[in-house]
Design a protein around this ligand. Sequence first.
Ligand code: TYD
Length: 219
Amino acid sequence: MAGTRGRFITFEGGEGTGKSTQSKRLATALGARGLDVVLTREPGGSPAAEAIRGLLLSGRARPLGVLGEAYLFAAARIDHVAELIEPSLGRGAFVISDRFADSTRVYQGAAGGLSVDVVDGLIDAAIGATVPDLTIVVDVPVEVGLARVGHRAAGTDRFESDAVAVHEARRRGFLALADRFPERCVVVDGSRDKDVVSADILALVVRRFGLDGERVRGD
Ligand code: TYD
């Protein structure tokens, strides 16, 4: 793929949807096909963005309000795009990000109260042309997602501890994204067995990017 721009795939969804597991599995599967794969996450993915992540997830930025938090997510994203995503796409890699700008559209926008105009303006300024080629929205009913998160050892972070109604609004927000950006968004039912979900996602990525011919070297 020398000289060819890579592909940018994002995973989106609420708490406990399994998107982190699924993004890791996709990275492993594409790597096994001999592709150059970069797995990353938001907020974070570069040193400055990880520092901002600490501020956001600890709740220390909460006094800034939803608009202030949205600016911090955007600031982290500026560095993530410049330091990791663009250089990786430039060398032809598949970049897989566990969350990206659509999380701001949902958490701070649809479910957080910021207007579409404000959120879109912030996102455009932060990412420019670095729009995902494919966004996989992993969807599970809120009670399933929350039950999964409840089983995690380390307790809840700033965003996991919100009320169930807020989680419902986020789920609707993620599903609405797929209506708004149908050309790049695919909704995947994450309530199924995780092996079934990962096979489904790999098949859709192979199809979408025409990877059928690119079997593992020596296959
Ligand atoms: P993380 O531990 O990565 O959660 P998850 O496993 O659910 O991805 O924490 C990220 C949290 O930050 C998550 O609750 C969603 C929230 N978030 C936003 O509110 N806005 C954003 O733009 C992003 C990227 C994340």
